[in-house]
Design a protein around this ligand. Structure first.
Ligand code: PHE
Length: 333
């Protein structure tokens, strides 16, 4: 029994098989047990001798079973680990991780700057009413920007916003005065595409309404903003301009980034980057259109092209680079 048991156990490959063998040799109806059951028939002298041998055999078989059991469990563990192994050195070229688009980086940088100056970021829809985009902003019925050739109309009363200024209207109507907000997003104008024009572009709009707000606050705010964005040596220059929703209005030039004001081909040797911003004091009629008392409150507003700023910031010479989604371009940021 002993040699048969030990030999067969060497060939066992699973825990189930091992258990079958245990029952076969040591179980209640097993081979060894049936021998022990016969012990009664032996003589007094034979009994202890046979009993001892039987016990030895049982111990040996039990030890062997435990050994084989441990080996099998170890083997199973190892096989499981082999199966579940992850090869961390395999290349994962297929799943390339994306990153921020230069336009989004610029938007976030601009928003963060204005947040640090106490502004709140608000959002507005890209599909707007003619009322919010033109009428409430005091834009005259015959203003050329309303023209079908400049504006994407969806119906007679609905259009793709031509600037972010309708967000001013929404904010003033919703929150009233005092107010300090910025809003960035997509804007649309019927332009042919070239290296500086795109029918879809981006603006960021700012609006401050409070008591005693003056042109000095506007100039100071934009001056600090430009210095923070481009560097302490940057200057701003204000040229009178016309916008229906601000009075007085100005266009703002900023020190040329390429030559820091010394004069270079990029700025036609003027030292100035032209028309980076539009701004002005909010027209009293616009405040009144939004239910704000224009005797008590005044405000300033400004708007600028984010695409232009991104191009200046990264030294890009073609606005189309920002929208083509060519990976060779995007991977550089
Ligand atoms: N909305 C103007 C534009 O699109 C910019 C602007 C905003 C001007 C706010 C003045 C005040 O050109």
């Amino acid at each position: 029994i002993r040699s048969r048991a030990l030999q067969t156990m060497d060939n066992v490959t699973s825990l189930g098989e091992l258990e079958d063998l245990r029952v076969k040799f040591l179980g209640k109806k097993g081979e060894l047990t049936s021998i022990l059951k016969e012990m009664g028939r032996l003589s007094k002298e034979e009994r202890p001798v046979i009993g001892q041998i039987a016990n030895e055999v049982r111990n040996e078989i039990e030890n062997k079973i435990n050994c084989v059991k441990e080996e099998l469990i170890e083997k199973q563990k190892y096989e499981k680990m082999e199966k579940e192994k992850i090869d961390i050195s395999i290349s994962t070229n297929k799943e390339r991780i994306g990153h921020r688009h230069p336009l989004l980086s610029t938007i976030e940088e601009l928003e963060d700057l204005f947040i640090s100056m106490g502004f709140t970021v608000v959002d507005g829809p890209e599909i707007e009413t003619v009322e919010n985009n033109f009428d409430a902003l005091n834009s005259p019925e015959n203003h050329p920007s309303r023209d079908l050739s400049d504006t994407f109309y969806i119906t007679e009363d609905i259009l793709l916003r031509t600037h972010t200024s309708p967000v001013q209207i929404r904010a003033m109507k919703e929150y009233g005065a005092p107010l300090r907000i910025v809003s960035a997003g997509r804007t649309f104008r019927f332009d042919d595409v070239d290296d500086t024009h795109s029918p879809m572009f981006h603006q960021i709009e700012g609006l401050v309404v409070d008591e005693n707000i003056s042109m000095a606050n506007l100039i100071h705010t934009l001056d600090i903003f430009i210095k923070e964005l481009f560097g302490k040596d940057m200057k701003t220059r204000y040229r009178p301009h016309y916008f229906p929703f601000t009075e007085p209005s100005a266009e703002v030039d900023v020190t040329c980034m390429a030559c820091r004001g010394k004069g270079c081909p990029a700025c036609n040797n003027t030292g100035w980057s032209m028309e980076l911003l539009g701004c002005g004091m909010v027209h009293p009629k616009v405040l009144e259109n939004c239910g704000i008392d224009s005797d008590k409150y005044t405000g300033f507003a400004f708007g600028m092209g984010i695409d232009r700023i991104t191009m200046v910031k990264y030294g890009l010479n073609d606005i189309r680079l920002l929208f083509d989604n060519d990976n060779r371009f995007l991977e550089q940021f």
